[in-house]
Design a protein around this ligand. Sequence first.
Ligand code: FE2
Length: 326
Amino acid sequence: MAVMGIESSAHTFGVGISENGKILANEKIMYKIGRTGMIPKEVGQFHLGNAAKVISMAIDKSGLPFSEIEGIGYTRGPGMGYCLHIGMLSAKTMAKRLGIPIVPVNHAVGHIEIAKHRARLKDPVALYVSGGNSQILKREKSKNPHYRILGETFDIGIGNMLDSLARGLGLDPAWGSTVEQLAENGSYINMPYTVKGMDFSFTGLLTHALKLKAKESKEDICFSVQETAFAMLAEAAERAMLLTDSKELCVCGGVAQSKRLKKMLSMMSSEHNVKFGYAEDEFNADNGAMIAFVAEKLLASGISERLRSCDIEQRYRIEDARLWRE
Ligand code: FE2
């Protein structure tokens, strides 16, 4: 079946179309983040002004007429309320006009499932790393399948930590990739390292790093923070893989675009004979295709929502998201 997915949880308004797991379109427009960061109302206005345009772009790219779209999904959360609302309203309007079923999707499920699909993995431990999230998860194959969180950050997501570091060092947006570029010419300085079992913490590392800015180079600070934070993630993911006896690992989410993180995870996985995979960058950045892909799976297994019951949930936890049986 051909299903459209709408993603609008943060700065991206994305529309994807999936047909039998094949991604026919993955179009997006991104709000430009300046030094003031994201003001939810402004980002929501941006999405409102661009929604119809991105939907048309996706339809054009797919080569399908509107009449062949058989279902629609949207991001229910987590994310910024105002932005989520615009995506939900766009999806509801389409569902009502076309008379097709609608289904809410958890944003994190979208990231993990598209990574699994693109990397051809069956049952991996998933390391989900983005601005606001850093979690290690595995699918529970119970009567009610769902993702179980094995480990997560005690404080902030790794993406937000890298952005805060970059802002503190006076770097330009996009901060995460600026840190990665500077790190290429850096040398290691000792940094605090905090892993407790499969959980980890980034604020101590950030505070310590920013205290060094008067006496150490930006390159050395970026390199050392990045190496330390990624090593923490790799250690926690390694423990999760061994404890669950998993033979596969995937990394997904915005920070999964980092080449250095993927290299470290790949090295660790090969030491354990574990298959390591990830999606192409366009699917790790926020995108509509991942929502379309999950919505198609949910709808095909008979899971949908009544139009009048559709809502958004800013703090929608992944453990609460219903999954299809595999
Ligand atoms: Fe995301």
